[in-house]
Design a protein around this ligand. Structure first.
Ligand code: HEC
Ligand SMILES: [Cu+2]
Length: 360
C-alpha cells in the first residue's frame, strides 16, 4: 500500500505500525463507501419507482422476514467486530512500550520539544534515532498540555503536566520526518514542531560520538541526589538512614501508611519527590520535604532515571497506560534497557549503556 506516490494525501509510512493504522483507516473508508453507494442508489430508485402516487396509495402489507432480519443483524455485527478487534490490536501494540526499547526523555515546553538521550546528548526540536530499533519516549511538560505527533510513524500521545506519558515506535526507513505539537498550546503552537532524523545504526553512533554529551540522565540524577539536592543525607543507605530504602525500589510494590499498596513506577517516584506527604511509605515518618518548584522537569527525569538505575533487575521496566508496571526480578539483565537484545545494539558507541551497574 504505497500511498504517497500520486496525490500526497498521506505522509510516508515509516514505522512498523504505520501500515496497520492505514489498513484500518482504508477498511473504514471501504465500508463507508460500500454502504453509501447502495443507500444513495436506493434513494434514487425508490424516488422514481414510487412517483406514481395513485398506484401505491395503499401499501402492501408486510409480514416480516426471518432471513432478512438475520442477515441484516449478522453482517453489521461482523463488520463492527472486525473494526473493534482490529482497532484494539493496533491500539494495544501501539501504546504498550516494549521492555527492550532504547529510552529517551522528552519535555515539552511552550514552544519547543526537548529531548534527553540515555547517553547524555540533548536536543531541541530535533530527535535523532537509529532505524530498526525500538524507541521508547517518556514524556512530560513544563507548562501546558502538548501532544507529540509524528505523522509518518502514525503515532501521537498527549504530553500532560504533572505526569508521564509514553510513546514508542520502531522506524523502518532512514530519513527526516516531521514532528508536530498536535494540541493547541498557545500563541506559537503552530511553530512547535521539529524533525525526527532516522539514521542507520552506524550513522547514529557517529552522531552520538560527534555530539558533546553532557551528563546522562542517570549521572545528572546521581549528582542532584548526592550533591545538589541533598537527598543522600536521608537516603544514603545503611542502618542510620532516615529515608526509605531506594535500592531495588523501582518496579516493586510499596506498602503505604494507611494500608494501600502501590507499584513504584516512574509516576510514583515523581510523586514521592514532589508530594512526599501524599504517599508515605509504611514504617517511616513523613519528614521528607517537598521538592516542588525546586527541580525542573529535566532534573526530575534525571532523578527518576537514577532511582530506576538503583534496581538493575527492573531496568527497562515501563508502566504504560494500558499495562501498569508489573515488573519484578524476573526481568532480564540490566542492559536489556538499551536494546542489546537486538543485534544492532551490540555495535553501539561506548557509553550507550549508562544504566550499567557501575552507577550503583
Ligand atoms: C529529610 C529527609 C529526606 C530527604 C532530604 C529526602 N527524603 Fe525521600 N524520603 C524520606 C522519608 C522519611 C521517606 C519515607 C516516607 C515518605 O514516603 O515520605 C522518603 C521517601 C522517598 C521515596 C519513596 C521511597 C519508597 O520506598 O517508596 C523516594 C522515591 C524519595 N524519598 C526520593 C527522594 C529524593 C529524590 C530526594 C531528593 C530530591 C529525597 N527523597 C530527599 C526522607 C527524605
Ligand atoms: Cu504544544
Amino acid at each position: 500500500m504505497q500511498t504517497q506516490a500520486w496525490v500526497p494525501l498521506f505522509p510516508e509510512q515509516a514505522s512498523t505500525f504505520a501500515w496497520q493504522v492505514d489498513a484500518l483507516y482504508f477498511y473504514l473508508i471501504a465500508i463507508s463507501v460500500a454502504f453509501s453507494i447502495p443507500i444513495i442508489a436506493a434513494i434514487f430508485f425508490f424516488g422514481m419507482k414510487y412517483r406514481e402516487r395513485e398506484k401505491y396509495a395503499i401499501p402492501d402489507e408486510i409480514h416480516g422476514s426471518m432471513v432478512l432480519e438475520t442477515v441484516w443483524s449478522i453482517i453489521p455485527f461482523v463488520i463492527s467486530m472486525t473494526i473493534f478487534i482490529g482497532g484494539a490490536l493496533v491500539y494495544f501494540n501501539q501504546y504498550t512500550p516494549p521492555q527492550d526499547a532504547m529510552e529517551i526523555y522528552i519535555v515539552g515546553k511552550q514552544w519547543m520539544w526537548k529531548a534527553q538521550h540515555e547517553t547524555g546528548q540533548r536536543e531541541i526540536n530535533e530527535l535523532h534515532v537509529p532505524v530498526g530499533r525500538k524507541i521508547k519516549l517518556t514524556m512530560t511538560t513544563e507548562d501546558v498540555l502538548h501532544d507529540f505527533f509524528i505523522p509518518a510513524f502514525r503515532t501521537k500521545a498527549d504530553v500532560v503536566p504533572g505526569r508521564y506519558t509514553y510513546l514508542w515506535f520502531e522506524a523502518t526507513k532512514p530519513g527526516k520526518y516531521h514532528l508536530f505539537c498536535a494540541e493547541y498550546c498557545g500563541l506559537n503552537h503552530s511553530g512547535m514542531g521539529g524533525w525526527i532524523y532516522v539514521m542507520e545504526q552506524r550513522d547514529f553512533d557517529n552522531w552520538l560520538s560527534g555530539n558533546v554529551s553532557g551528563q546522562t540522565p542517570v549521572e545528572m540524577g546521581k549528582d542532584l541526589f548526592t550533591n545538589k539536592l541533598g537527598c543522600a543525607s536521608c537516603h544514603a543507605g545503611g542502618p542510620q538512614q532516615r529515608g526509605a530504602k531506594l535500592e531495588g525500589l523501582f518496579g516493586n510494590q510499596v506498602k503505604l501508611v494507611g494500608g494501600a499498596t502501590v507499584t513504584a513506577d516512574e509516576q510514583y517516584i515523581r510523586n514521592s519527590i514532589l508530594n512526599p506527604a501524599s504517599q508515605v511509605v509504611e514504617g517511616y515518618q513523613p519528614i521528607m520535604p517537598t521538592f516542588k518548584g525546586q527541580v525542573t522537569e529535566e532534573q526530575l527525569n534525571g532523578l527518576v532515571a537514577y532511582i530506576k538505575s538503583l534496581n538493575p533487575n527492573a531496568a527497562g521496566s515501563t508502566s504504560s497506560p494500558g499495562a501498569p508496571a508489573a515488573n519484578t526480578a524476573s526481568q532480564t539483565a540490566p542492559n536489556s534497557m538499551t536494546g542489546n537484545k537486538a543485534d544492532r545494539g551490540k555495535q553501539n558507541a561506548p557509553g550507550s549503556n549508562p544504566n550499567a551497574p557501575a552507577n550503583k
